[in-house]
Design a protein around this ligand. Structure first.
Ligand code: FES
Ligand SMILES: [Fe+2]
Length: 385
């Protein structure tokens, strides 16, 4: 699973400092957040492996199509008669994108907008206008390039490289943590789309610590003590940990009350905690007693990231007449905006020539887990699995 890659274009001593033991390590070199060359390297060596591209319910009906991401790892997701497939978003004729990034459509075939080549939902070429006259043209040689895709608890993951470790290895240790919440059975009731002027890693690092909570999240800190909980040690690429909900509160909301119902079958511990999971590299999963929130990050540039936040609830709640998800949505939208302001400020601060990689506090062990994993990839080690 430890694939070798060329190291990232970063000072080797800075990368090594980020991998020093916790307590002595430093943050990643500043260039990791501001240099487009590092961003390009990450696209080639981190985002080319298992990456979340959305939720299966984004493609509910047969013929549904959605384009995700841009550049080398652009993907076209298609719901066929039997299953969802992922293809490289590039036409086999002259390379036009089959669908613009983030666009959705639905049809019995995949039609290229340039010269109207059309493909069946399984990616095989159906029709290339005027090619019936071309001698020796073999339609079966021009099917779309299919990518490895896994539907894990309703989330879709692709491996554009085709060379990453088995998905089970990538996600090792998290099946037992995530499965009790049955995310595949929950209904996405609301989504917010944010475009942030910050590097994707700043968002993941911010998600991994509550050292900032008492300063910028007064509402959250009232419901979930910032120093509570612990991080889990697991074998795969994912990381995370839990925090507790104060006694008397049911969930994360402004009042601590739930407007929904608890997810069936959760343990006492799960009913009184929130589990925060970083699905490395780009999916953040927050497992609450009564809902699951995800932040799906799509890096757009070294200093720009699209984040889609989705809230999913048990059907018993979602289908209740007049169900109002705002107790969860408003709470996290407020918290998100507090976080985004901090993340964008970090990005602006890192633009300074005088910015130097700082040390991590004892409460920032989650940040260390993330940063040291990225640093390992930068060093040419385990870029993916
Ligand atoms: S590039 Fe797609 S039909 Fe020509
Ligand atoms: Fe925060």
């Amino acid at each position: 699973m430890f694939k070798q890659h060329p190291p990232a274009p970063l000072p080797a001593d800075g990368v090594a400092a980020a991998m020093a033991p916790f307590g002595q390590s430093r943050m990643l070199p500043r260039e990791a957040y501001v240099d487009p060359a590092v961003f390009a390297w990450e696209q080639q060596h981190i985002f080319s492996g298992w990456t979340c591209v959305g939720h299966a319910s984004d493609l509910a009906a047969v013929g549904a199509q959605k384009a995700v991401g841009t550049g080398a790892n652009a993907v076209l997701l298609v719901r066929g008669e039997d299953t969802v497939r992922a293809f490289a978003n590039t036409c086999r004729h002259r390379g036009h994108e089959l669908l613009a990034c983030n666009a959705t459509t639905r049809g019995r075939s995949i039609v290229c907008p340039y010269h109207s080549w059309s493909y069946r939902l399984d990616g095989s070429l159906r029709n290339a206008p005027h090619f019936s006259k071309v001698e020796g043209f073999q339609p079966d040689e021009f099917g779309l390039a299919e990518l490895r895709l896994v539907n894990w608890h309703g989330w879709l993951f692709v491996d554009p490289s085709g060379e990453d470790a088995d998905f089970a290895e990538h996600v090792a240790g998290w099946e037992d943590v995530v499965a009790p919440y049955r995310p595949e059975d929950l209904v996405v009731v609301d989504r917010h789309s944010y475009e942030l002027e910050t590097n994707w890693k700043v968002i993941a690092e911010n998600y991994q610590e509550c050292y900032h909570c008492s300063t910028i999240h007064p509402e959250l800190s009232r419901i979930s003590p910032p120093t509570s909980g612990e991080n889990l040690a697991t074998a795969g690429s994912w990381m995370g940990g839990w925090m507790s909900i104060i006694e008397g509160a049911e969930t994360m909301s402004l009042t601590g009350a739930s407007g929904g119902v608890a997810i069936k079958g959760l343990s006492e511990h799960e009913l009184h905690t929130v589990m925060y999971v970083v699905g490395y590299p780009n999916l953040l999963v927050s497992l609450h007693p009564d809902y699951v929130m995800t932040h799906l990050m799509t890096p757009l540039a070294v200093d720009r990231t699209h984040v889609e936040c989705a809230w999913a609830f048990p059907t018993e709640a979602a289908e209740k007449p007049g169900f109002d998800p705002s107790y969860a949505v408003d709470f996290w939208d407020l918290t998100n905006r507090q976080d985004w302001a901090a993340c964008e400020s970090v990005q602006r601060g890192l633009a300074s020539q005088h910015a130097r990689p700082g040390p991590l506090a004892p409460d920032e062990d989650g940040v260390y887990q993330f940063v040291s994993r990225v640093a390992k990839a930068y060093s040419g080690g385990a870029a993916r699995g």
